[in-house]
Design a protein. Structure first.
Ligand SMILES: C[S@@+](CC[C@H](N)C(=O)[O-])C[C@H]1O[C@@H](n2cnc3c(N)ncnc32)[C@H](O)[C@@H]1O
Length: 249
């Protein structure tokens, strides 16, 4: 039975979700060039770690969530039958399509859909991947997405998530990562101090950046009914978590 309090809570959640989607779309729409040209050895290592977790050989249908300009999508598209790049920002996907065309990749489709509203037919996808995107989702939306993705997968299908993964200081690993980030910014002088203030606000109030720990991701994947759930640290702040839809499920 729905209560008035329940309806108000759901309404507030919907509004918060819509507001986040609008902020992400606007923010990333402006960052296409800077992100496309970002030169980060740490980020490259996370992409490699995600790709390492993907089975060798030909792939069927692949979905990349928060695909950006295709850092992960394009290498996968070289060996998949169908690759669907999903992103909240159409501007990011336009650049991804240009890059796919330059590389002669004809199997890439794009979908400018927020991850929170994504839907695929049950049992239709072989591989779901995501790199450095899902920390932008609200925590309840992360869990809902993992649950939905577990249904899209064919039996035996795989989900692999690479992302910044740490909590808000509850563990010594969290504290090391947060201190490391602060130190790196401090060393940049006044511009870095401003970034510390901005990022502290974002992390503290969970606006735009909402990382959760590898353990939380593991627990979300297990709760969605996935098996063989594995978490591997990659660089200081980042880890890769994967899980498989059981055969016969
Ligand atoms: C840090 S970039 C990572 C892009 C790409 N995966 C990569 O590794 O280069 C984050 C991406 O997530 C996308 N994004 C943020 N919020 C999203 C949402 N709610 N649904 C879908 N994509 C989202 C952004 O538009 C952006 O392209």
């Amino acid at each position: 039975m729905s209560t008035r309090a329940g309806t108000v809570t759901n309404h507030a959640r919907d509004l918060a979700r819509k507001a986040n989607i609008a902020v992400q779309r606007r923010t990333w729409g402006r960052r296409v060039n800077s992100w496309d040209h970002a030169d980060s050895p740490g980020l490259d290592r996370v992409v490699e770690a995600v790709l390492d977790r993907v089975p060798q050989g030909r792939l069927g249908t692949v979905v990349d969530i928060g695909a950006g300009t295709g850092r992960l999508t394009l290498p996968l598209a070289e060996r998949s039958e169908r690759t669907i790049a999903v992103d909240v920002s159409a501007a990011m996907l336009d650049r991804l399509s240009e890059r796919a065309a330059v590389s002669g990749l004809s199997t890439v489709e794009t979908s400018a859909t927020p991850a929170e509203q994504l839907d695929f037919e049950a049992g239709s996808v072989d591989l779901v991947v995501s790199n450095y995107a899902l920390h932008h989702l609200r925590d309840a939306d992360k869990a809902a997405l993992v649950k939905a993705a577990a249904q899209w997968l064919k039996p035996g299908g795989l989900i692999v998530i690479g992302d910044m993964m740490f909590g808000r200081g509850g563990s010594s690993r969290d504290r090391e990562i947060i201190a490391g980030k602060a130190l790196a910014m401090l060393r940049k002088g006044p511009a870095g101090w401003w970034r510390i203030a901005k990022n502290a606000g974002r992390f503290l109030f969970r606006v735009q950046e909402r990382p959760v720990s590898p353990e939380t991701w593991v627990s979300m994947l297990r709760s969605a009914g996935l098996t063989d759930v594995v978490s591997t640290p990659v660089v200081a702040e980042a880890a890769v978590v994967s899980g498989r839809r059981p055969e016969g499920a």
